[in-house]
Design a protein around this ligand. Structure first.
Ligand code: APR
Length: 385
């Protein structure tokens, strides 16, 4: 079994396969240090924690993760909190930075004797429609090499070799781009409040998400095509304070901006998530906008489903799970997409928004503030995968 990519998807898959005695190798383009320090998502859904626990992979997150169950909305003239941890199904998030989860998963995999080839870039997957697919790679010294296996799992993200290798017409790509971009910021400062913050403002959305007691993620809606380095620290703090209405609701805790990147809120889903012996998992299978923090959670869920199906096929000769993999995953993916897009519509005025659409958005937020039924629905989808 060859797995492309050592992100959350590839590492969960590798760990579960290894625990069942399936021989596998993970090919990873980046260095080990890079993989372990890449700060990305951080909110793990209750179901993700259950999946990780089922395979003995949750020890670190139980030790160092923080339970989290509150979000706060700020709009013109109104601020309200939803204790989503006691609404809906009563489930909370565990805040655990992705680089720590990845480090746990990688350490566990290597300790169990798993093989990872770092700095080995998959260039293409060939003959995926046959029973011996081949992965062509570039070795750390730049030389070409190849790996062959019964199956290949594409866990190498949106720009990876798995997607690139799909022949035209083999899968369908459903794509949506609402034309909205965020400037994502990692700031070395404690969180400014004990909730996820969503600020809806005429100048654009601003968001606040705790990562650790020392590091906080902020988001600022920005113009499409705007470069992250055109934002000075002064402008960043001015906009954050203005949009989060710090004057009314309390000052933000400042610190140096240690990472910044512009993210376009684009989404897509590939269908089916398989081409012959090549399976797609995580971002390679579909891209979720970060508006509802679902990407890493879906990646873990899909990796478990594929791992179980691969164990059935490779250890017990039963391919039914593999045949049903795509159909099992797609309903979860579409539900997550639906909620992410609902969040996008709630939090942003679309470019060219009319006064009618703006009033609808206010009405939606007001319903969320006042309707217990709406709040339960929100909580169930916000934490659920
Ligand atoms: N060859 C080998 N490795 C590759 C290649 C390639 N051609 N291209 C990308 N990779 C590696 C990347 O370096 C990365 O380590 O694949 C890995 C993909 O990891 P992620 O991007 O984290 O994707 P995934 O595991 O699907 O996790 C999905 O986690 O970070 C969150 O929200 C984010 O939705 C995302 C989710």
């Amino acid at each position: 079994m060859v797995i492309l990519g050592a992100g959350p998807a590839g590492l969960v898959l590798g760990n579960v396969l290894l625990a069942h005695g399936i021989d596998c190798v993970i090919l990873e383009r980046a260095t080990r240090a890079h993989v372990q320090s890449r700060a990305r998502a951080g909110f793990l859904a209750a179901n993700t924690v259950r999946v990780l626990d089922r395979h003995g992979l949750g020890e670190g997150l139980h030790r160092r993760g923080q339970a989290h169950g509150t979000c706060e909305f700020r709009t013109e003239g109104c601020r309200f909190r939803l204790d989503y941890g006691s609404l809906g199904r009563g489930e909370q998030h565990t805040v655990y930075p992705q680089q720590e989860l990845v480090t746990d998963l990688l350490t566990r995999y290597l300790d169990a004797g798993g093989q990872v080839r770092f700095e080995t870039e998959a260039v293409a997957v060939r003959e995926a429609d046959g029973a011996r697919p081949r992965v062509e790679v570039r070795e750390p010294d730049g030389r070409p090499a190849r790996w062959q296996a019964r199956y290949v799992a594409g866990c190498d993200g949106r720009h990876g070799a798995a997607r690139r290798s799909l022949p035209a017409g083999a899968v369908r790509r459903h794509h949506r781009d609402p034309g909205i971009s965020w400037l994502g910021l990692l700031i070395e400062a404690p969180p400014s409040m004990d909730a996820v913050g969503y600020a809806v403002h005429e100048r654009g959305f601003a968001g606040h998400m705790a990562r650790t007691p020392e590091v906080t993620r902020y988001y600022l809606q920005c113009g499409r095509g705007e470069a992250a380095d055109t934002w000075s620290e002064e402008r960043i703090w001015d906009e954050l304070a203005l949009r989060m209405r710090a004057g009314e609701h309390g000052a933000l805790r400042r610190g140096p901006v240690v990472q910044r990147a512009v993210v376009d809120l684009e989404s897509d889903v590939l269908e089916p998530l398989r081409h012959g012996s090549l399976f797609l998992v995580g971002d390679a299978a579909g891209l979720l906008s970060p508006s509802a923090a679902k990407g890493a959670n879906l990646a873990v869920l899909e990796a478990e489903l594929l791992a179980v199906a691969l164990v059935d096929a490779l250890a017990h000769g039963d391919p039914r799970g593999l045949d049903g993999y795509s159909a099992r995953c797609l309903p979860f993916i579409w539900r997550a997409q639906e909620f992410s897009h609902w969040m996008i519509q709630l939090l942003h005025g679309s470019p060219g928004e009319t006064s009618f659409q703006q009033a609808l958005r206010c009405a939606r937020i007001e319903s969320l503030r006042t309707s217990r039924t709406h709040q339960d629905w929100f909580a169930e989808h916000y934490v659920g995968v």
